[in-house]
Design a protein around this ligand. Structure first.
Ligand code: SAM
Length: 284
């Protein structure tokens, strides 16, 4: 029989003991269903040697499942009450695995050092900051090879979208700088306490090399931001402010081999990298 995971009664008891009032601001919706945890852990394809970075362990629902599947879990939690209680919960439910957990009390959008180098990111993310958290972690922890995150379903679609699709936007292109993202399922509302008003989506990712370019990541991201700030406009018009003028935008686009009349929503990360590099070369 599989080791027990936290159910609704456990979550109610732990929340009661801690006097936790889940806040929307911190995106606190706790998973109360063991089958959902098993599904997330299975979709993460973890090897037994892996060190998992979990963002927002909360009351520990996912943490227990991750400890069963991986070598170590480094859990970054912003809420001191939840971070403080987690080691005790793990000692209670997984005494034999308790020494494989590190809890870091920190904001996942700011953390740049961890006690162990993580190889995978697996998290039920706080929904209002999901995209900046994922981008920050991919940028600062190059050892992260792959991962599986649960986010608002609409955000899952955005992260996994390719050029030309309706949901393609800034999160899709920036995520593609680091990795290949794919949608890995939809999760209903009733597996959480409190229940959110929207569906959740699973997104899996595999890291790849960023496109080969002479431009810096910051330069490439600046073009992306400019192109999508006015996504209905042609690139020539949308990039005028960024390049200095519409003529300079056109010159960079032509040098990059991109049609100045096209729209940003049609371009992949490689094309944005080419535009940034062409503009940087012309500016010198
Ligand atoms: N992993 C738990 C589960 O599945 O039941 C809780 C997930 S809940 C959706 C999000 C968690 O992220 C909460 O525990 C919240 O306190 C924490 N959190 C919110 N913002 C954070 C941040 N910037 N850095 C780290 N943790 C954060």
């Amino acid at each position: 029989t599989p080791a027990p995971l936290l159910g609704a009664a456990d979550i109610r008891r732990l929340a009661g003991e801690l006097d936790v009032r889940p806040t929307k601001m911190l995106g606190q919706n706790f998973v109360i269903d063991g089958n959902t945890i098993r599904r997330i852990v299975a979709a993460a394809h973890l090897g037994p040697e892996e060190t998992v970075l979990e963002v927002g362990p909360g009351l520990g629902s996912l943490t227990l499942g991750l400890l069963d599947a991986a070598e170590r879990v480094v859990a970054v939690e912003i809420d001191p009450k939840l971070a403080g209680r987690l080691p005790r919960t793990v000692r209670e439910f997984r005494p034999e695995r308790a020494d494989r957990l590190d809890v870091v009390l920190s904001d996942a959008m700011k953390v740049t050092e961890l006690p162990h180098a993580p190889t995978a990111l697996v998290a039920n993310l706080p929904y209002n900051v999901a995209v900046p958290v994922v981008l920050h972690l991919l940028e600062h922890f190059p050892t992260l090879r792959h991962g599986l995150v649960m986010v608002q379903d609409e955000v899952a679609d955005r992260l996994a979208a390719g050029p030309g699709s309706k949901t393609y936007g800034v999160p899709s292109v920036k995520a593609a700088w680091y990795s290949t993202m794919r949608k890995a399922g939809v999760i209903g509302m009733n597996v959480f306490w409190p229940a959110p008003k929207i569906h959740s989506g699973l997104v899996g990712f595999e890291r790849h090399e960023p496109p080969a370019t002479t431009a810096t990541r910051e330069q490439v991201f600046a073009v992306i931001d400019a192109a999508f700030a006015q996504r209905r406009k042609t690139l020539r018009a949308a990039l005028a402010g960024w390049a200095g003028s519409a003529a300079q935008a056109e010159a960079a686009l032509v040098a990059a081999g991109v049609d100045p009349q096209a729209r940003g929503e049609r371009l992949g990360i490689e094309e944005f990298a080419r535009i940034a590099a062409a503009h940087a070369a012309q500016a010198h």
